[in-house]
Write a new protein. Structure first.
Length: 257
C-alpha cells in the first residue's frame, strides 16, 4: 500500500501520476485541509504536522509513503524520515534531477512556498548537480488560490498574481522551472502562458516516478481519501483534477496521530 500526504489538494497531481504508473496498487491519500497552508508554518509545527501525517498513513497500512508537499520535502523530511521503517520519498531530489537533465543554458528557476524557498533545498541540490544559476521565487498566494478553485486558465485573479511572481524568472533567462509545490501543476497552463519558452518540471510527477521505481507493490486496486476538514469542497475540486472521478473523502481527526 502506498500512502500519499499533502497539505491539501496539490498532492492529487502526484496521486494521479502514480495511479497511471501503478494502476493496480492500493493507495491511501491524506490531505491536511484543516491546516493548509504548510508554507507559512514554523519548523516546529511542520515537524509535528509531518509526523502526524506519516503516523496516520502507517496506521492505515502504508508500506511506502510519498510526501507530496514541497514544503515538507524541503524543510523537515530529511529530519523525520529516519524515524520510520518504511521508505518515505519527497519531491526535491527527483524534480531537481529532471530539471538538470532538461536545462540547456544552466539557468533553472524554482517556485514554491515561502518555507520551501527559504530552506534553499532545491538550490543546494541543483547547484551540486551543476546548475550555473538558480533563481528562486516564493509564491505564497498560489496555494490558497488553488485550494479555493481559482484554477481556470482565463482566471484574471490568478493570471495577475502569476505575472507578478514570475517576472523575476522571466528576467533571469531561465529555460527550466521547477514547480516546487504540488499545488502548482494545477495552474501550469497559467504559468506556461507567462513563460512560453520555459520547460516546466512537475515535482509531484517526478516524485511519483521515483516511488514507482522504488516500491515493490502488492496490489489492491483501491484508493482511499482522507482529509482533516469538511470533505465537501475537497471532493468537488478533486473531481476537476481527476477527470470527473468521485473520491468521497472521509474526515479524520489528525491530532490523534
Amino acid at each position: 500500500m502506498i500512502g500519499i500526504f499533502d497539505s491539501g489538494l496539490g498532492g492529487l497531481t502526484a496521486y494521479r501520476e502514480l495511479h497511471t504508473l501503478l494502476p493496480d496498487e492500493h493507495y491511501v491519500y491524506f490531505g491536511d485541509t484543516g491546516r493548509v497552508p504548510y508554507g507559512s508554518r514554523s519548523h516546529e509545527i511542520l515537524l509535528k504536522y509531518t509526523r502526524q501525517d506519516i503516523n496516520f498513513l502507517i496506521s492505515k497500512g502504508a508500506d511506502a509513503i510519498l510526501a507530496a508537499c514541497g514544503t515538507v520535502s524541503s524543510v523537515v523530511l530529511d529530519e523525520v524520515k529516519g524515524e520510520y521503517n518504511v521508505p518515505i520519498i519527497g519531491v526535491v531530489d527527483a524534480s531537481s534531477a529532471e530539471a538538470l537533465a532538461a536545462t540547456k543554458n544552466g539557468i533553472i528557476g524554482v517556485i514554491g512556498t515561502g518555507a520551501t524557498v527559504s530552506s534553499g533545498a532545491f538550490e543546494k541540490k541543483l547547484k551540486a548537480g551543476g546548475a550555473d544559476e538558480v533563481v528562486s521565487v516564493a509564491c505564497p498566494l498560489f496555494v490558497p488560490l488553488v485550494e479555493n478553485g481559482y484554477i481556470a486558465r482565463d482566471c484574471e485573479v490568478t493570471k495577475l498574481v502569476a505575472r507578478d511572481y514570475l517576472e523575476k524568472i522571466k528576467a533571469s533567462g531561465a529555460d527550466t522551472l521547477i514547480l516546487g509545490c504540488t499545488h502548482f501543476p494545477i495552474i501550469a497552463d497559467i504559468i506556461a502562458d507567462e513563460l512560453p519558452n520555459v520547460t516546466l518540471i512537475n515535482s509531484g510527477a517526478a516524485a511519483a516516478k521515483a516511488v514507482a521505481k522504488t516500491v515493490s507493490t502488492a496490489g489492491g486496486n483501491k484508493s482511499e481519501f482522507y482529509v482533516s476538514d469538511s470533505p465537501v469542497n475537497f471532493d468537488a475540486v478533486a473531481r476537476i483534477f481527476l477527470g470527473g472521478d468521485t473520491v468521497a473523502a472521509k474526515k479524520i481527526d489528525i491530532e490523534k496521530y
